[in-house]
Structure formats: structure tokens, C-alpha cells
Design a protein around this ligand. Structure first.
Ligand code: 2YC
Ligand code: MG
Length: 268
């Protein structure tokens, strides 16, 4: 999984209001609506839970260690919705213990391999990869004004692309998939179309979900003229030239949709 950098996160906490407006402009959905749709949670219940839910964000020093601004960014996204949230003073196991002893209902924490929300009440684990997949798919659904019966191409069948396929099935979309590694597209359900030549056929797809760790694979000359692209993959899968033309039809950001959807999923 791609590790975020301090630069990726710079300014995120100060720009959530503008960010939300840009989401509405692209998808006709707010960040809260995207998260609630992805989680299958009524918005008014989400709002209600701000009154009785305390959230701790725990810095984790394992592996490559802390990312400057990571816990602060996670905390600011959750606070943006009105939830009481704190970053533990301690890190790692001590931080988890501190969070629980201070009455946290949900703990958000990430090492180099997993970014999870741990719900201390129900005891379940919400995974950032699944939340990001569902949240970005819900955003693409918004951009398409409903994906039912419409074709969507999922590029990169990894820990984000795979759950996204499940969500597009729920939306009753017509699903096509591409992965550079043919192992990844084995035993998918028979109604899924396997795209073998991306360069040749990318232009046939209006709705694209790009979840690869490979930057710059989507070139301007290969994109459908009216393409709408949900690109959770880091770095961005579009070339700078393609992004310059398509930027108002591209959803790509480091944390916001994934964290908001994890929160909603933890409240279900
Ligand atoms: O500051 C900390 O607590 C660090 N241990 C956080 C490490 C996060 C590593 N994961 C990532 O950078 C990416 C993110 C997009 C979310 C999932 N993986
Ligand atoms: Mg409580």
C-alpha cells in the first residue's frame, strides 16, 4: 500500500470547507452524504451519534513510524462532522490504553500495513481500504447521477479495487475490470467483463475507478471525452496533461473520503 507523505497532507485540515464544496460541485453530494451512502447509514442517525460518541486517534510509531500531520488530519476530518475527538498523548499500545481509559468509543490508528477504526463497543474493525473503495464508488455514483445499468471500468483489482467491485454490484452497474497482473482477475464472477487492452479500449468507458499504485497510466488521448474518474490510487493515475483537462471530473485526495466513510461504517 502506498504510504502518504507530509506533503500529501499539507493544509488538509484548513481546507475541509472548500474541499466539501468541490465535492458537491463534482458529485452533487457532500462528504457526509458520500460517507453515509457508502456505509448504508441514515444521515440523521449519523448526526445524532455526534452526541454520544467519543473518538480517539492513536499515533503509531511501528515500522516507518509517524507521518507528520497524519493523526492531525484524521482528527480534523472527524471533528469537521462535529464529533468529540482527541489525539492520544501516548503512542501505540499505551495510546490505545489511554484512549479506552478516557472513554473513547472508536479508536482510529494506522501502521504501515493497516489503517483501521476499532469500535470498542461492538468490537469490530473497519478497514480504510474497504471504506475508501465504497466511499469513492459512492462519489462516482454521484458524478454519474446513478450508475445502475451503466458501464464502469475498475482499474487495479487490489485491496481497494476488489471491494469496489462489490459496491458496483450493489449499484447494479455493468462492471469491467483491468489489472496488469492476470492473477488478480481470476475467479471473478462471470458477468464481469475482463478488459485486456487498456490503451486500446479506455476510451470506451465513461466511468472509471482507478485504484492502482501506478501513477500516470491514464493518458489524455486515451480518455473518453466525457470521462468521470474516481481515483483513490496514490499517486494519481492520470498524467498531469490528462488531469489538467479533466480535473473537475476527477475525485482524488489523500484521506478525506476514506476517513469519513470509516466513521460512518463504525456508527452503523
Ligand atoms: O502517524 C502514524 O500514526 C503513522 N503510523 C501512519 C501511517 C499510515 C500509513 N498508511 C498510509 O499512508 C496510507 C493512507 C492512505 C491510509 C492507508 N494507507
Ligand atoms: Mg460513551
Amino acid at each position: 500500500m502506498t504510504r502518504l507523505t507530509q506533503q500529501d497532507l499539507f493544509g488538509l485540515d484548513l481546507e475541509l470547507i472548500e474541499y466539501n464544496l468541490s465535492l458537491v460541485a463534482k458529485t452533487n453530494l457532500t462528504l457526509k452524504q458520500i460517507a453515509c451512502q457508502a456505509a448504508g447509514l441514515e444521515e440523521n442517525l449519523f448526526n445524532k451519534r455526534t452526541e454520544d460518541t467519543l473518538i480517539a486517534v492513536v499515533p503509531i510509531t511501528a515500522g516507518e513510524g509517524l507521518i507528520n500531520g497524519f493523526t492531525q488530519s484524521v482528527c480534523s476530518i472527524i471533528r469537521y462532522f462535529g464529533f468529540k475527538t482527541f489525539i492520544t498523548e501516548e503512542t501505540d499500545v499505551s495510546g490505545m490504553a489511554e484512549g479506552v481509559s478516557k472513554g473513547a468509543d472508536i479508536l482510529f490508528m494506522a501502521d504501515d500495513n493497516r489503517f483501521i477504526a476499532f469500535d470498542t463497543r461492538k468490537g469490530n474493525v473497519i478497514d480504510n481500504a474497504v471504506a475508501t473503495a465504497f466511499g469513492y464508488a459512492a462519489a462516482l455514483n454521484g458524478m454519474a447521477n446513478g450508475l445502475a445499468g451503466k458501464e464502469v471500468l475498475v482499474i487495479g483489482i487490489g485491496n481497494v479495487g476488489k471491494p469496489a467491485i462489490e459496491y458496483f454490484k450493489q449499484l447494479k452497474s455493468k462492471i469491467a475490470v483491468y489489472d496488469i497482473n492476470s492473477e488478480k482477475i481470476k475467479n471473478l464472477s462471470p458477468d464481469i467483463h475482463i478488459e485486456s487492452d487498456l490503451r486500446q479500449n479506455l476510451q470506451n468507458y465513461k466511468y472509471i475507478f482507478e485504484a492502482t499504485p501506478q501513477g500516470g497510466i491514464l493518458e489524455l488521448k486515451h480518455l473518453h471525452s466525457e470521462a468521470a474518474i474516481a481515483a483513490p490510487g496514490v499517486p494519481l493515475g492520470l498524467t498531469p496533461e490528462a488531469y489538467a483537462v479533466f480535473s473537475d471530473k476527477v475525485i482524488h485526495e489523500p484521506l478525506q473520503i476514506g476517513v469519513a466513510t470509516m466513521l460512518a461504517m463504525a456508527l452503523v
